[in-house]
Design a protein. Structure first.
Length: 353
């Protein structure tokens, strides 16, 4: 009797185990799928940039002296030709006056010698020496006048005084920067690009920037220069001019987003996929495809940036009619059976029809 009871219990336990196993084996996940979209030959990449003035000038006197007046302050806007500072000019003015007197005296003397030379009363050698002396004195006079003019420092451009380095009554040498001026008008954007874009820089068809301020307009850029050497991070420095748009709303030091569009024939044949369709395993990117029998298969892909619509640009051995799992990619296993959820029509909101 006890043996029969044991056999019955063993049979029941086996049935329960088989039932649970059957239920587990019969569990099928439901997934949403999308169809592939071909990748056009135009791709878009975004980089972080910073605005800078197109030119910054360190401005100093062309002669040495003691600063008599500083006429501008830091942050002040100045026009081209505006006087910024003056040196004490008394000694320079006296030097010009003394040389002018000597020059006028010698000029009159040379005029008399020419009259004698024309009358054959003076040798040609003496007359030529006098003319040469007059020319030499004229050079000295002009140099002295230039130094006197150099005591007045003028702005070479329209712009802003970024820095004043000296005070009144201080001595300065020729060429010592007294002011730093930021040129007004054109501005530039500096940003770094990777080697993958550097090798395709000739394929750039459009480039513009947007500020981080809400509602700020886009501004077109024109590349001025690209560094031919990478930095320690394997990035290449690019300098671009802001040539249109709301350039006046950008100030030096502002962060901007630089958008680069490339006409890249090497991407023809690629596909566009939402970011969530791609997963990584052991450093390799994959997607799940679903065959006609509802079996998922893992397929390796190469990701090559983002499209203008924020989709991954991928390359892989796809067929035009391949179906790609759009969600839940991390919970699937290769060869697993799935149910495909039919997409709801845009006109059948909530699936009520």
């Amino acid at each position: 009797m006890k043996l029969n009871l044991f056999v019955v219990l063993l049979f029941v336990a086996g049935m329960i185990s088989c039932t649970n196993k059957t239920k587990k084996e019969n569990f099928v996940r439901s997934v949403k799928v999308i169809t592939l979209k071909s990748q056009p030959d135009r791709i878009m990449k975004t980089y972080s940039g910073i605005v800078k003035e197109s030119m910054e000038i360190d401005l100093g006197f062309s002669t040495a002296g003691k600063i008599e007046r500083i006429l501008v302050k830091e942050g002040e806007y100045v026009r081209q030709g505006e006087v910024l500072a003056r040196l004490e000019s008394k000694d320079y003015a006296l030097g010009v006056e003394a040389l002018q007197i000597q020059y006028d005296q010698l000029y009159d003397e040379v005029a008399r010698m020419k009259s004698l030379y024309d009358k054959k009363s003076l040798s040609g050698n003496d007359y030529e020496k006098a003319v040469a002396g007059l020319k030499q004195l004229n050079v000295q006079l002009q140099t002295s006048k230039n130094k006197l003019e150099y005591t007045c420092l003028k702005s070479p451009v329209d712009g802003y005084i970024r820095m004043v380095n000296y005070e009144e009554s201080e001595m300065v040498n020729a060429g010592t920067p007294v002011f730093t001026i930021m040129e007004d008008g054109n501005k530039q954007v500096n940003f770094d690009i990777p080697s993958s874009l550097y090798t395709k820089k000739d394929s750039i068809i459009d480039i513009y920037c947007t500020g981080n301020v809400t509602g700020e307009k886009q501004s077109e850029l024109k590349i001025r220069s690209v560094s031919p050497k990478a930095d320690n991070n394997q990035m290449f420095k690019v300098t671009a001019d802001i040539i249109s748009g709301s350039a006046q709303s950008y100030v030096p030091g502002m962060n901007v987003n630089v958008i680069v569009q490339i006409n890249d024939n090497s991407n023809i044949g690629g596909y566009l996929l939402p970011i969530q369709t791609v997963f990584e395993d052991s450093g390799q990117n994959f997607v799940w495809t679903v065959d006609d029998n509802g079996i998922v298969n893992r397929k390796a892909v190469i990701v090559d940036g983002l499209s203008e619509g924020g989709l991954y640009i991928v390359h892989g051995s796809f067929r035009p009619d391949d179906r790609i799992v759009a969600a839940g990619v991390n919970s699937l296993a290769d060869g697993e059976s799935v149910n495909i959820i039919d997409s709801v029509s845009e006109t059948n909101i909530g699936g009520l029809l």
